[in-house]
Design a protein. Structure first.
Length: 313
């Protein structure tokens, strides 16, 4: 595919240092004063200051310069201006508060975590020793930012921008498109677009090694702020990923996820798995109980809307 990776996100918040402290506490590395990364990928979350919390830039990777030419032409056909030069295309999302940057770039490969030996019924693979899941003293660090979810005032128009302009592919649609899962890599989704009264970020998602890494990191978050758990642990239906949704110290929801469906053959997925009629309440294969209401819309949406309006005047 022309697009092949989500490289990183720029997140703008009133107090970026609070997020630096939070994410380094969970094992991300500060690779420059305003950038958080991982051992494999030094830039995952770039932080900037803004009076209101929002994604300010989305950086994607494509294969070669001809992809940029194609994207620029498709955007022009949609009436969206872009600039291009030195292997980088940039445009503003016409319906949201962030720029989209597409670069001719490679996403560095991810180091495979050392496999945990697991016992299953009828298959005793770990005997006479304790599981590292039980005795590992420190949580495994986050591995990469995998997706972002935006609340949109016109989901169909935003889907058209990302699918027909930027070149994302649609993996699944809820109720004919009211919620649309899109990918720019082999991940089932790198973006979900869903309705909201004002453009906003619903959540950003960080991939973890496995369910134990999710559990250990999430527990550290709730140990400090017990009210920060929004939903989880559970397993989604669309994307099939394990999830735990929590709030960061700037009120932004993030998801710790693992084990997402991967799509390497677009035609096979389209023929065998794609559906556009998912029930809006098809959320989890299993879950500990219902989500808090801010799973669907930030609890501070009114303040966000006010601060956004003031900042953009
Ligand atoms: Fe998610």
């Amino acid at each position: 595919m022309a697009l092949h990776a989500l490289l990183d996100l720029e997140l703008s918040v009133p107090d970026p240092d609070a997020l630096v402290g939070f994410w380094t506490g969970l094992g991300m590395e500060r690779t420059d004063p305003t950038t958080l990364g991982t051992a494999d990928r030094p830039s995952q979350l770039r932080l900037a200051e803004s009076p209101y919390r929002h994604v300010s830039e989305l950086r994607l990777a494509c294969s070669d310069e001809s992809d940029l030419v194609d994207i620029r032409a498709r955007l022009a056909a949609l009436g969206v201006d872009s600039t291009m030069g030195d292997g980088v295309l940039r445009c503003a999302d016409p319906l949201a508060d962030h720029d989209v940057v597409v670069e001719v770039a490679e996403a560095p490969p991810l180091t495979v975590p050392s496999g945990r030996v697991v016992n299953r019924p009828g298959e005793l693979a770990r005997v006479n020793r304790r599981s590292s899941a039980a005795v590992r003293p420190t949580p495994a660090p986050p591995r990469r930012v995998g997706h972002v979810v935006f609340g949109c005032t016109d989901v169909a128009a935003s889907v058209a921008f990302y699918r027909d302009g930027i070149g994302f592919k649609v993996s699944d649609s809820v109720d004919g498109g009211i919620g649309t899962f899109l990918r720019c890599s082999t991940d089932h989704h790198n973006m979900l677009l869903m309705p909201a009264p004002v453009p906003c970020m619903n959540h950003y998602a960080v991939e973890m090694d496995d369910v134990d890494a999710i559990g250990l990191a999430g527990m550290r978050v709730v140990a400090e702020r017990p009210e920060s758990s929004v939903y989880g642990i559970g397993r989604h239906v669309l994307g099939a990923n394990l999830f735990w949704y929590l709030l960061d110290p700037q009120g932004g929801m993030f998801e710790l996820f693992a084990d997402m469906d991967q799509i390497t053959d677009d035609d096979l997925w389209a023929a065998d798995e794609y559906r556009d009629d998912w029930d809006p309440f098809t959320i989890a294969a299993w879950e500990p109980g219902p989500s808090k209401p801010d799973f669907f819309l930030p609890a501070d949406i009114d303040q966000l809307a006010e601060a956004r309006a003031a900042a953009r005047r």
